[in-house]
Design a protein around this ligand. Structure first.
Ligand SMILES: [Zn+2]
Length: 136
């Protein structure tokens, strides 16, 4: 999948993971539409019935990073996994997004665009979803 001109905050999940760069979304078959669709359309089991998403909705917010309790234990736990497995710091991302969403999305776009083909880089496998190039 090629990177679009603009990337939307609509694909930024409540927890701060960007669904646009998610392996489940970039999957060639049965691609997940992202975390903000009805539960039954979400393909990844771990993203269904998400407690973080429910918490965000219960508080009438859009993202965890807008919450006065951010970063709470739920996000700290997820972030540990994201730093360890994917080298992505969701708490720092949340702070950046909260400060300046447009700048944050532009920076994300630069990081996750394949320099060779302008494809979207899969943040979980660190691989271009279009030309297959590896970015380890
Ligand atoms: Zn590529």
């Amino acid at each position: 999948m090629k990177m679009g001109d603009m990337i939307s905050d609509k694909m930024l999940a409540p927890c701060g993971v960007n669904c646009l760069f998610c392996s489940a979304h970039l999957s060639k078959k049965n691609a997940c539409p992202g975390c903000r669709v009805p539960e039954e359309l979400i393909t990844r089991k771990s993203c269904r019935n998400c407690k973080k998403k429910q918490c965000v909705l219960d508080k009438g917010l859009h993202w965890c990073f807008q919450c006065s309790e951010f970063p709470c234990a739920k996000i700290v736990g997820l972030n540990k996994r994201y730093i360890k497995n994917y080298d992505i710091n969701l708490i720092q991302n949340g702070l950046d997004a909260n400060k300046d969403m447009d700048l944050f999305l532009q920076t994300q776009k630069n990081i996750f665009t394949c320099k060779k083909c302008s494809g979207i880089i899969d943040q979980h496998y660190k691989k271009c979803s279009d030309c297959g190039r590896s970015f380890e």
